[in-house]
Design a protein around this ligand. Sequence first.
Ligand code: NDP
Length: 454
Amino acid sequence: MSIQSLNPATEEVVASFNPLSEGDLQNVLNSTAESWTGWKSKSFSERAGLLKKAADQLRAQSEELAEIMAVEMGKPIRMGKEEALKCAAVCDYYADEGESMLAPIPVEGVGRKAFVTFEPLGTVLTVMPWNFPFWQVFRIAAPSLMAGNTVVLKHASNVPQCALAIEKIFVDAGFPANVFRTLLIGASQVETVLDHKSVFAVSLTGSAAAGRKVASAAGARLKKSVMELGGSDPLVVLADADIEEAVKVATKSRCRNTGQTCISAKRFIVMDEVYDEFVSGLTKRMSRLVMGDPFDPKTDMGPMSSGRLRAELQEQVDRCVEAGGKILIGGSIPKRTGYYYPPTIITDISPSADVCKEELFGPVALVFRVHSVDEAVAVANDTPFGLGGSVWSKDEDAAAKVAARIRTGCVYINSLVRSNMHLPFGGTGISGYGRELGSYGIREFVNVKPVCIG
Ligand code: NDP
């Protein structure tokens, strides 16, 4: 079956590609393995120089990369450009910091002298989603390449042109051949890649279902995996919060990228004292968002990435209503071409309803009223996910105490949850394991090797 690029705003197929044959796939993996020998022998400063050139290419090509994102997955142009620039920043970051992050660490009290080194291991397989089709790839590729590994990318099947554009960035930057390769393959070919002897690890971002399959396949071959698997983040609003600011950030968090973001706030847990004010503010702000053509600079929200995921979201919204949820705005598919879904707010649903335990990957806010901090924490933790969360209060110490009780990979106080390149990023529970970004991310895919003298 061909890999198709389908514009979610027009519902038209814009390009199709044949997946690699088994023979071609083996040839690419063998070439990547051969290139590793030269790549790992380069100095940190040589690798850093090339990463800086990749950053230059991302900046120079940001307009056209944004257009490819808009056409393939509906991201509004200005947000696509921001994404390309964020990728440039992460290349610069690891080019500047990578060497010191991987410098040998001396250890006292063992032998005459001991130190811990970090060595590259071979090829990292990255299995990536379409929602941030450049950022998700670069936040793994930049540290992996800087550490001296080679990288192969199996991108989501709906963004083949993004996948090819990413490979071209490395070519245009002057990387040696086959240090970074895009594999146009289907999900069923991932196990073949894992079978290759030079592929030592896989990093997957996507659904828990895909994570379970790929982590099992990696485990069966005793290959390392890092899993970033989405979330159902709580946004907790305490009674003394700045409601206007909380509403502003809540709207951005839930609706940016048409709600298709692993770390968007999805469950809004609001103290009784400020519940009415918060819900009324959220309703006003979410209603004002402009939904439309990703190429129109006024657009806040483009279409969802596919008809399949929009149908799944509608089915979840319908189950919310069956479970007692009340729709304040949105809640149904508009009659227009394109996979659009309107900003939607649902209240009065029990946080323990089955549907509230799922990830709602679209612009749908579930709002819960709570009467105490203990109840807020209990609702926040009443989920199998554990990626991110935020707490809103003018008393930062009180907010920090609540943050400490929330079981997630990160918590932000009075701020938007985001993946920041300086900080480790990853989840607990079915949000996955392992960490990306910061110094933790670059050490996931290396051999941590102590050397002891005497
Ligand atoms: P998937 O998790 O199915 O896809 C993510 C990546 O995994 C794609 O490259 C996909 O390839 C690959 N993949 C899927 N199944 C397998 C498999 N069995 N073996 C190997 N690779 C596999 O995401 P969907 O696009 O279907 O979205 C479904 C849900 O996942 C969303 O509603 C959302 O809840 C969650 N999601 C979370 C994301 C996040 O940022 N954490 C990003 C995207 C989705 P292919 O495209 O060829 O199937």
